[in-house]
Design a protein around this ligand. Sequence first.
Ligand code: FAD
Ligand code: SF4
Length: 326
Amino acid sequence: MLPKFSYVRPDSLHEALNLLDNQNARVHGGGTDLLGCLRDEVFHTDTVVSLGAIDELRGIVQTNDGGLRLGATTPIAEIAEHEVIAESYGALRDAATVVASPQLRNQGTIAGNLCQKPRCWYYRGDFDCLRKGGELCYAYDGENQYHCIFGGELCYIVHPSDTAPALAALGAVCRVSGPSTSRSVAVEALHVPPSVDPQRETVLDDDEVITEIIVPPPAAGLRSSYRKVRARASWDFALAGVALAVVFDGDTVTTARVFLSGAAPIPWRAKGVETAITGTKLDAATISSASEAAVRGAEPLTKNGYKIELFKGLMTEQLEVLARRG
Ligand SMILES: Cc1cc2nc3c(=O)[nH]c(=O)nc-3n(C[C@H](O)[C@H](O)[C@H](O)COP(=O)(O)OP(=O)(O)OC[C@H]3O[C@@H](n4cnc5c(N)ncnc54)[C@H](O)[C@@H]3O)c2cc1C
Ligand code: SF4
């Protein structure tokens, strides 16, 4: 059952920011994650501030320089179905298409997808684990088959978003507003690793909201993709996922940005893969060494060693797909 809280639905950003400044309030995009967290008492709030009636925060438009502006409250379904995104930003289209179920994609927003809370079953359950302010991580010696193989320290979640690694690979930037300031935060810098603070997921202050996400114009020769492997074929979070944004000059890779999902508490940049493929022609030998590089330095927990082979296979498959698109 949901606990009691006030629900407010301002129709301007100014009013929403004032409400967030003055009270112990939480932002509500589509509510698909927030309401589950409140119901399960992961955290509490007095006031839920919906952004749903603020027209300026919704929609997809092309920017003057040929990039894209995604309003924060744009439903994920609209992103999955947008023609320009399908043509020019394959990784984002692929990612939006595999988020949750059709109903959740209609209700869930792009900013909510970036800011959603982790899915660790201890955190969502009745355990006062470290991320909830307790002393212990129960997953470390417990049921950790869905947890991280990189970046674990104190807490071993994986970041649950599919769109975050895709947007990070594409070099997208969030515009963020607070009561008195605005700033830009690159998607790749939005999430906080547990080594910095195991109780925060993003760098946003409680009174800040993402208002829009800017995706830069696609470079000539850009090929991008996102694919995740999940336990259930219908809908599920990533066991392992790979987002690639690779720029080719003819057959040769000139730049590459590669992020993993299901791997780490934040979208995990696979710099070893980027180095392995930049300046090459993506032949079988290069792809093989890039796939090894994807898992170099991984530290699996007691029950998730299977992710190593999963990431290697997925990386091989996706690099082959991009090589063939030429
Ligand atoms: C059954 C189920 C399956 C799912 N499967 C997947 C999946 O496969 N892949 C995946 O990526 N996700 C998955 N999700 C998560 C779902 O995609 C997200 O819940 C949804 O995208 C979040 O969007 P929302 O607008 O509903 O967020 P909300 O629930 O409204 O908010 C989520 C969090 O973000 C904050 N927030 C919302 N908007 C803003 C903003 N503009 N600025 C700052 N903070 C904000 C909220 O305060 C809250 O903490 C699943 C969820 C469920 C319930
Ligand atoms: S992995 Fe993180 S969220 Fe899960 S039990 Fe450990 S501290 Fe809590």
